[in-house]
Design a protein around this ligand. Structure first.
Ligand code: GAF
Length: 380
């Protein structure tokens, strides 16, 4: 029996019925585009959140986390209401609430959670947790939902129960990504396609630099950006920023206040960068993503203004030491940077980034290579 199944038995006094896994993600390009009906290109990382689960007949939802290390959280499935759970338990409880809100009949369960996705590192640890729980419930209670529907339940949990107004990218990535591929997402049409991406096979590596600047989507800055984008769309008379292209940018500058025009410029140019990136991957030229990543970083730093000194230093240092491209990934305000590099340069780049952080007096970053990994699934 695996250690997490063992812990389940110690905490709950019985064996789990199964174990489900859902990964974190890095986003190659297309940031803050999801809630603008735009495009994105995430990949799942090999780090997963695991949920060992067993049904209960009495309608109780009991939650235990190896990371939280606190007592078991004990809830009544029929009384789950937004605002009643304010700890990490809001993510798993929110999924069960979202299933009920959708008219399904999820019963009780004992859940034990262990996460290898770094928390607060901008790698979607909360989406991984939500998706693992959604997949577990789907199987245990025979709900019959597909991966995309489960991702949308997970997003509903985060929006409606945990109170974080995120888009759907992280949950869809965690639920739908496939090994050896990036996931092309179009949030208007619902199209999601696997685009082959195997950096190692081309002598490339994708390095994650966790800056260790904790990022938190719930602190209001994310909501303010989202509101700014929605206001810009209203002022320009379009349903969403997705409806604008590069040709519209001169008009946005003359019609919008400067703080909104720069938000629009980021979204419009990042959508175009996703399209270009997908074309390069389909043409079998992953190294050509490099400049696209770096341009995406400049856009987030200068137009969206959500980078931070640590992320900028990681990007600049990586590029100065021969990276093909680098950018902050995820919601911003800290979190992680991704670096695309020739494999033989990776070690030197990593050492240079660590040295630069040390001499700037920053926390030592966590560095690890990732390869595009599988989405959520049952593992036992
Ligand atoms: C966070 C959100 F959760 C996503 O929905 C997305 O908006 C991302 O920031 C930025 O692209 O991860």
């Amino acid at each position: 029996m695996s250690p997490y199944e063992d812990t389940f038995r110690r905490v709950y006094g019985a064996r789990p019925e199964g174990v489900w896994a859902a990964p974190g993600r890095v986003n190659l390009i297309g940031e803050h585009t999801d809630y603008n009906d735009g495009l994105a290109l995430p990949v799942a990382i090999p780090q997963n959140t695991l949920v060992a689960a067993r049904r209960r007949q009495d309608g109780r939802l009991r939650l235990h986390s190896a990371q939280g290390d606190g007592p078991v959280v004990d809830l009544d499935v029929d009384r789950l209401t937004p605002g009643t759970v304010t700890t990490w338990g809001a993510y798993p409880a929110g999924v069960v609430w979202a299933l009920r809100e959708a008219g399904l009949r999820p019963g009780g369960a004992d859940l034990h959670i262990e996460s290898a996705v770094p928390i607060g590192a901008g790698l979607s640890s909360s989406a991984a947790l939500e998706c693992a729980v959604a997949f577990a419930y789907n199987d245990l209670y025979g709900l019959g939902l597909g991966a995309l529907d489960l991702a949308l339940m997970a997003q509903r949990a985060e929006n409606g129960f945990a109170g974080v107004p995120c888009g759907a990218m992280d949950q869809v990535a965690s639920a739908c990504c496939a090994s050896g591929a990036a996931l092309y997402l179009d949030f208007r049409t619902g199209v999601h396609q696997q685009v082959p991406f195997a950096p190692q096979a081309r002598g490339l590596s994708l390095l994650v630099v966790d800056t260790r600047v904790k990022h938190d989507l719930g602190d209001g800055a994310y909501a303010a950006l989202r509101a700014g984008c929605e206001r810009a769309a209203r002022l320009l008379g379009v349903p969403a920023l997705r409806d604008l292209g590069p040709v519209d940018l001169p008009r946005t500058v003359s019609e919008l206040p400067a703080n909104l025009a720069r938000l629009v410029r980021h979204v419009v140019t990042d959508n175009a960068r996703v399209t270009a990136a997908v074309a390069h991957l389909r043409a079998g030229q992953p190294a050509a993503l490099g400049p696209i990543l770096s341009e995406g970083h400049a856009s987030l730093r200068d137009d969206f203004r959500i980078s931070c000194a640590e992320s900028d230093l990681a990007v600049e240092t990586a590029l100065a030491h021969g990276a093909l491209g680098a950018r902050m990934t995820g919601g911003g305000f800290g979190g992680s940077v991704i670096v695309l590099a020739r494999e033989h340069r990776t070690e030197a780049i990593g050492a240079a980034v660590t040295a630069a952080f040390r001499s700037a007096g920053y926390q030592v970053p966590h560095l690890f290579p990732v390869s595009p990994a599988a989405g959520a699934r049952r593992i036992t």
